[in-house]
Design a protein around this ligand. Structure first.
Ligand SMILES: [Zn+2]
Length: 307
């Protein structure tokens, strides 16, 4: 951790002298994920310049922040992040930035969007026994649209707290977004209803909230523990159970390797489906609502094919 922090600080010194927020007179927001950036854009509209750190085509747990990220954060007005340990690289990054007001959990200019979310899979004691990540509970809550409503409220309240002159505008934008999303949620609930009680397998524990929302049962993961690669012993047990319980759909992210999922699918007659965990992970997921629409359509197709 220390070496990583020092390296980031040294590299930051060498970064180009050009201003990192070139000429911006807007609110400067840094978010960890592309999804939070997209939602912040919904709320802030043209009032903010928004920069996100993690490429949506990479596993959010294992990002290496760059000197540019450090420079952006040094000059940012607000920092929006997932809380918990979704971004396990967030601590070293903030150490390199060195601003107390952005530090979790007490920094006044950081917005932890997990506030108010009912967390799932909270370990009985804070431990890394279940792998190196998810030590505070499952941090992939944003793929339940009901949680996205809470996230957008947290972003709106965080923004309004600092920029009271735009409070009414931000509240209206949040209301518009929430109404659009709630309308879509009714449609998604209806479309997923026929698949209530269906067993699924996921690569990583990143679909727990989506499964709960739509009444799907998770049989297990291809990874034995979060962040730990699959082993043949673990997969053999999982495949046996998949056959017994007729689990026909395996969900993975586009950045998970395909070989394991394809092998398991071939052995069990299941269908592999790539779902988007972040906005921009697919061209068809340019914002949150379209991302979830894509995920629901792909799940529907997978269930139809797998039955
Ligand atoms: Zn995870």
């Amino acid at each position: 951790m220390k070496i990583k922090k020092n390296l980031l600080m040294i590299l930051a010194l060498y970064i180009s002298a050009s201003p990192v927020w070139a000429g911006s007179n807007k609110i400067k927001i840094v978010t960890t994920t592309s999804t939070f950036a997209s939602m912040a854009k919904e709320i802030a509209g043209d009032r903010a310049d928004i920069y996100f750190i993690a490429s949506p085509s990479r596993d959010i747990h294992f990002i290496s922040p760059t000197p540019r990220d450090v420079m952006k954060l040094k000059k940012a007005d607000l920092f929006i992040h997932a809380g918990l340990d979704l971004e396990s690289w967030r601590g070293p990054l903030l150490d390199a930035v060195g601003r107390l007001d952005l530090m979790w959990p007490t920094g006044e200019r950081q917005i932890d969007v997990s506030n108010g979310i009912s967390l799932l899979e909270i370990p009985a004691s804070l431990s890394r026994a279940q792998g190196d990540i998810h030590a505070y509970g499952n941090p992939h809550y944003v793929v339940d649209p009901a949680n996205a409503l809470i996230v957008s409220r947290n972003i709106q309240e965080g923004l309004s707290r600092f920029y009271t002159e735009y409070e009414v505008e931000f509240q209206k934008n949040e209301k518009d977004f929430s109404e659009k999303l709630q309308k879509k949620m009714q449609d998604w609930d209806k479309r997923m209803l026929p698949y209530h009680g269906y067993w699924i397998v996921t690569y990583h524990r990143s679909w727990t909230y989506l499964a709960k929302r739509f009444g799907l049962e998770i049989l297990g993961q291809l990874e034995p523990k979060p962040g730990i690669p699959p082993t043949s012993k673990h997969l053999a047990g999982l495949m046996k159970e998949m056959k017994e319980k007729k689990a026909k759909v395996i969900i993975k992210e586009s950045y998970n390797e395909s070989r394991t999922a394809n092998h398991v699918a071939q052995e069990t007659g299941a269908v592999v489906v790539d779902l988007a965990q972040s906005v921009g992970e697919s061209k068809e997921a340019p914002d949150y609502i379209q991302m979830m629409e894509l995920n629901i359509s792909r799940l529907e197709n997978a269930f139809k094919k797998g039955s």
